[in-house]
Design a protein around this ligand. Structure first.
Ligand code: FBP
Length: 410
């Protein structure tokens, strides 16, 4: 045997071995489901697949669908209510409110296709009277009001009375549920079932806002129970109906956000312990009213335009405030010469938003004081309001203290 023979055998053995290993690898890849032929199958089974199919295959490889492992709103509430004994009996109500936000989201999605928009009518088709706000009630206002009334009054026997933007008077839950068994509970609630109603017909962002207040210990619950300042709130929140549906909640220990997962239909904990930036460049005012704004606000707006600020105004409080909460800046609905108290309602718009802002490290001002220090004297009372980053609100307040009426004569 020639002396190089063993080497040659060795080489062929090596070649055979590597061929064998290659075949083995290919076999493993093809049977394990990781092979290229299955890439299509994986997407074939995901909900995104159908979507893409409709728009052609080019996007196929661009969207790996991988859900983040996120806590559900239900689980979050169980844990938080377990940790904070003072809000434990609010759990079923907040769960019910989240469910009603899902119902409202579904109705809003179907408003155009199911003819659920436009002015509300009675059973004979006649347009309803204007509500206590002097506004023509929209079909969605009436429907969503019902969802919220049942959510607050029908779950957990802890809410005894409610105020809604769509109801002229405060309503006892016993009346709402037509059952005296519901005339119990240490809490009252105020809410705006559909915020930004002007945006309904044009399918622009909308929202719902709510606040839960505690009654004075030992006191009887009636309309005067609502005549308290914002520090009596134990929970406040809003739900934004826009590109995605986001529920934002505070129970007095920080602010968290939950996005509605379109696949599972559950609110998932996507925004943990939201902190608003100390200062932001966004200002959000309806400047069409500029001429009617008080001097401090005019001067403030003139000054922000000197800097590198940017204007954003969606025309729905929830959408504009959510934008400010995430990016920083200032939202304002000031008083005008015509309406010195502005447009927005204290109990179920300004106070809940101010609590959320303060809990996220921001501020809520009337221009001349803290929104949460303002004691309500009427259930649909309005107040000028400025909500946002502490430095932006502080700057605005400075303009009020400098140009405000009370300093005029000096
Ligand atoms: P409603 O739609 O609940 O009445 O709320 C009032 C509101 O639409 C706010 O959401 C919004 O910020 C503001 O009014 C817009 O008012 P305007 O059209 O005067 O700018």
């Amino acid at each position: 045997m020639h002396r190089h023979q063993p080497l040659k055998t060795m080489c062929t053995l090596k070649q055979q071995l590597s061929t064998f290993l290659l075949i083995l690898c290919l076999a493993v890849v093809s049977t394990s489901g990781f092979g290229p032929q299955n890439w299509n199958r994986k997407i074939r089974s995901s909900p995104i697949r159908d979507e893409i199919q409709i728009r052609g295959n080019t996007l196929l490889h661009a969207l790996p669908s991988k859900k983040k492992k996120l806590k559900t709103f239900q689980r979050y509430l169980e844990i938080e209510c377990w940790k904070q004994s003072n809000i434990r009996d609010l759990e079923p109500v907040l769960q019910a409110v989240a469910e009603s936000c899902k119902q409202i989201n579904r109705i809003i999605q179907r408003a155009q296709t199911d003819d659920l928009f436009g002015a509300a009518t009675d059973k004979d088709g006649a347009q309803l009277e204007e509500n206590v706000q002097g506004e023509v009630q929209q079909t969605l206002d009436v429907l969503c009001n019902k969802f919220m009334l049942r959510a607050f009054c029908g779950s957990g026997n802890c809410i005894q009375m409610v105020v809604s933007e769509e109801e002229d008077e405060a309503k006892s839950c016993a009346d709402v549920m037509a059952d005296s068994a519901f005339a119990v509970g240490d809490y009252i609630a105020a809410f705006d079932p559909i915020d930004g109603s002007k945006n309904i017909d044009s399918s622009l962002p909308l929202g719902s806002i709510f606040a839960i207040y505690k009654k004075q210990p030992g006191s009887k619950v009636d309309t005067s129970t609502f005549y308290q300042d914002g520090t009596g709130m134990v929970a406040a929140g809003y739900c934004l109906f826009s590109a995605s549906t986001v529920l934002v909640l505070t129970m007095g220990a920080g602010v968290d956000g939950f996005t509605l997962d379109p696949d599972s239909g559950r609110f998932l904990h996507t925004l943990n312990d939201i902190r608003i930036p100390r200062k932001g460049s966004i200002y959000s005012f309806n400047e069409a009213n500029y001429r009617d704004f008080e001097e401090p606000v005019q001067r403030y707006l003139d000054s922000v335009k000197q800097g590198s600020s940017t204007a954003r105004y969606i025309g729905a409080l929830v959408a504009d405030v959510h934008n400010i909460l995430i990016n920083g800046g200032l939202y304002g609905y000031p008083g005008t010469r015509k309406n010195p108290d502005g447009k927005l309602r204290l109990l179920y718009e300004c106070a809940p938003m101010a609590m959320i802002m303060e809990q996220a490290g921001g501020a809520g001002s009337t221009g001349t004081g803290r929104v949460l220090a303002l004691k309500a004297t009427e259930i649909h009372q309005r107040t000028p309001v400025f909500l946002g980053s502490v430095e932006n609100v502080f700057e605005l307040d400075q303009f009020y203290s400098y140009y405000g009426d009370e300093n005029k004569d000096e």
